[in-house]
Each structure stands twice: as C-alpha cells, then as structure tokens.
Design a protein around this ligand. Sequence first.
Ligand code: DAH
Length: 335
Amino acid sequence: MTLAELEIAKAQSLEEVVAAADAAAVEALRVKYVGRNGSIPALIKAMKDVPKEERPMFGKAVQAWRAEVEAALQAKGFAAAEKPVDADLTMAGRWWGLGVKHPLSRVIEESAAIFGRLGFTVADGPELENKFNNFTALNTPQHHPSMDRSDTFWFGEDCLLRTQTSPVQIRAMMANKPPVRVICPGRTYRRDTTDATHSANFHQIEGLYVDTKSVSLADLKSVLAYFAKEMMGDGVTVRFRPHFFPFTEPSVEVDFTCHVCKGKGCNVCKQSGWIEVAGAGMVDPRVFEHVGYDPAEVSGYAFGFGVERIAMIKYGIQDIRWLYENDVRFLDQLA
Ligand code: DAH
C-alpha cells in the first residue's frame, strides 16, 4: 500500500465509522480496522516490506490512522479496546450496599416527630455537665447515691459526664420563659457494668412541659399514651406506678403493656404483662426555684425515656450490646 492509498483507505474507514447505525455495526468496524486481525495491525506487521527510507513516514501515517479510527469509534460510544464489550443486558449490576439508619437513631427521630405533632421542639445540651445542672438544680440531695464517684464519671469537683438528660430541663428553663415544651434526646453515662441490659453509655429522651396555666398528671398521662400508641402500635396501654425522683412530685414509673404477650404475661415481661420504659412526674417546686421560676405561678410535668429500652422492645432486640457492635448482619435485619 502506498501512502496515497493509505490516505484513501483512512478516509473511507472514518466515513464508515461515522455512518455506523448501531453498536453492532460499530463493533464490526472495530474488528475490521483495529481488531487483532484488522487491517491496521496487518499494515503494522507488513512494515518490514516497506522500503527503508519510506518506513518512518509510512509508520507515522499508520499510527495516525489507528488513532483517528479509535477516536471515531470511541466517539460513537464504543471503547476501542481489544476486549469486546459484554452485551449481556441481563447481567446483575453492581450493588453498593445502601445502609440503613441505626435503630437508636430511628427511635430518636420518630420520637421527635411524634412529640413534634404535640407542639414539642427539640432542645440540646452538652454531655459534659456541671454539678448544678445534673444534680443540684434537680433537687438531688448531697448524699444521693447517684452523686457517688462509683456511679458517676467525674472530672474534678464540678465537671461530670451527665448521668441523665434531665439537666437539659434546667438549661431549657433558664434560657426561656414559660411556656416551655421540649424534648431532649441524647447520650448519658453511668458507671454501670455492661451486661445484656446495661451499658455505661446509653441514650435517653427527656421531656418537659411547663406553663403558667395549670398542668396536670392527666395531661402527662394522655401525652405518654399518645406517644406509646404512635411508637408501639394501637394495642399498647400505659400504666403509672408510684415512684420517687428528687425532681418530680408526685413521681411515677411508666410501663407499657408487653408487646410480646399483649399483657397476658410471658418471659419477656417476667410474667407481669408490663415493661418499664420511663420515669416521669410533676416538676418539683424546688426545681422551679432553682431556675428562677415562681412555683406559685407555673406548673408542669417531665419525663425521661430510655432509648435503648424502647428500641429493644420495638425491634425485639435481646442484648443491648448488639446496638453498639455495628455488625451489619444484625443492623440489616432491622431495615
Ligand atoms: N432522669 C431519670 C433517670 O435517669 C428519669 C426521669 C424520671 C426523668 C422522672 C424525668 C422524670 O424527667 O420526671 O432515671
């Protein structure tokens, strides 16, 4: 082939590529020109027969032809690679493994949505607290066991990892005039030995409603009953049991009917038909005094849920540690 013939062949090949109607035609042209037995590789093999003095010129022209044909094939959306493109359209695609939200995040987000429908906003507070917010303002007596070094992570005299989300109540009241209607989800810390139902680090959702008009225990019960139904489904009922907390009077512990036996009694609820999920009560007047509210003018209720407790009931999780192991085989099941 002379140089002139080469130029003609090149022009023709480029025209053919441009005119190719579909992927099959493009592939056929790839094979014809740049495939292993195509005409361009054949020319390269035949270079040794080209007179020595013409070889550099001829070689350059062949390389240019090859580059232009490959570019044209590529422009047609077809890689000019030696390996034919796999045209099996039924082949499985690549799976990127979409993640799911962690059950604790889901309980917190769902709770914020449920209480949001009742007019509660979300308040936040730091995990590193002072003694006043975590204990004193919450009317905790100096000798209370929760203040003990063996129960609380202390950093010096006045700094600790909050043992409950209740200090956010204090912060919310000090920063706002009544009415205050907030929930405060977050991490809490206690020197608990970790076992199937305890962890040194866990989560709570605090709730607080304080108003200048009279707020009653019945208001608290109706709000928690609504929350229970929205979170657990229609079958659940709520029970209040008398209890003691320093920052509420009266105080109660809150039980939901057992989701497994629906209240009949089973192993999960230790045959009682009930499962404890929260502490709650009417805000103690001394707490109002600590935050500068006049107890004669305001009243309110507070509650604190264990997030892990709710997640374990809702999703049937038997061991609290599974919530922290980040084992995708476990988390995927809750999707
Ligand atoms: N802070 C309590 C705890 O960690 C839970 C609690 C009880 C919160 C009663 C409240 C409440 O707001 O009114 O055990």
